[in-house]
Design a protein around this ligand. Structure first.
Ligand code: NAP
Length: 276
């Protein structure tokens, strides 16, 4: 089955299932395996690749650079500026350093990794400049809750908010996801399998058995179920990547969703946005 898509406000269409790269590129002994995993993912249609200047102090971006070399136009590259660099000039300098490590002249989506001390207006100003220069295609934010989003300069609409969202982290369903949906801002769900901690959960296993699927596949299908969420699991083996790609074939039934609601209850009141 082709990978379903999510459409940003700009009309940009991206796959609803991408690839994370946190902690990839750190260890030379696992580098070839990670390159193979990411390339396998691209071949399977997982062409959105998420990285950040923070990951391995730039080594993840270098790894992604090697993966996209020769096939840049197939890939939607997401990277992030650290809050400590997110002043006006700092953001522009950080972006150019990321571009050098990625070996490309454009980052498709550039995010503020989380809110720090730099005024949001300065970061957004730098993002606008980078867009005007063609260094980035779009900008967005990460780990911003509703109150933070309200502090963005008037009229500044991020393409996305990349947040912690999975079966065990359903807080955003109470207010953040509905308000973003109303603004037509799709979210990116990071740590969609809770860094592996979700995978042994017995109720998840029971749903997986009904579909002859793995728990990772059910967790990913659940995360993407609204059509407004891009899930970005990290998998450093080709086997895991291909397993994850097949999550798009799974259609969760009303009974599955009810069982998952019982095991992982949705929020009944506002909760602070969690971060990993
Ligand atoms: P994750 O994707 O929830 O989990 C990654 C772990 O799950 C890895 O140990 C991986 O193992 C394992 N895994 C993946 N697929 C599997 C499968 N089919 N079967 C068994 N195990 C599987 O956690 P994450 O890396 O924290 O989050 C994903 C991405 O989101 C990151 O890589 C990063 O790009 C982004 N992120 C963003 C933020 C932010 O602040 N914006 C924060 C955290 C993460 P293997 O590696 O051995 O395959």
């Amino acid at each position: 089955m082709p990978i379903p898509t999510v459409t940003f406000r700009s009309g940009q269409v991206v796959p609803a299932l991408g690839q994370g790269t946190w902690a990839m590129g750190d260890d030379p002994r696992t580098r070839d395996r990670e390159l193979d995993a990411l390339r396998t993912g691209l071949d399977a249609g997982l062409t959105l690749v998420d990285t950040a200047e923070m990951y391995g102090a730039g080594r993840s971006e270098e790894l992604v650079g090697e993966v996209i070399s020769g096939r840049r136009d197939e890939v939607f590259v997401v990277s992030k500026v650290l809050p400590s660099n997110a002043t006006r000039q700092g953001t522009i300098d950080a972006c150019h350093a990321s571009l050098r490590r990625l070996g490309t002249d454009r980052i498709d989506l550039y995010l503020l990794h989380w809110r720090g001390r730099a005024p949001l207006a300065e970061t957004v100003d730098a993002f606008s400049q980078l867009m005007a220069d063609g260094a980035i295609g779009a900008w967005g934010v990460s780990n911003l809750d509703g109150a933070d989003l309200a502090d963005l300069p008037a009229g500044a609409e991020p393409a996305t908010d990349q947040i912690l969202y999975n079966l065990t982290r359903r807080g955003p369903e109470f207010d953040l996801l509905p308000s973003l949906r109303q603004r037509r801002i799709p979210v990116m769900a990071y740590s969609p399998v809770e860094q592996g901690r979700l995978l042994g959960h017995p109720e998840l296993a029971a749903v997986a058995d009904r579909h002859d699927a793995s728990t990772a596949q059910i967790a990913l299908a659940w995360t993407m179920r609204s059509g407004q969420v891009v899930a970005i699991p990290k998998a450093s083996s080709a086997e895991h990547v291909l397993e994850n790609a097949r999550a798009v074939d799974i259609e969760l039934t009303a009974d599955d969703l009810a069982d998952l609601d019982a095991a992982f209850p949705p929020p009944t009141r506002p909760r602070p946005l969690e971060m990993i």
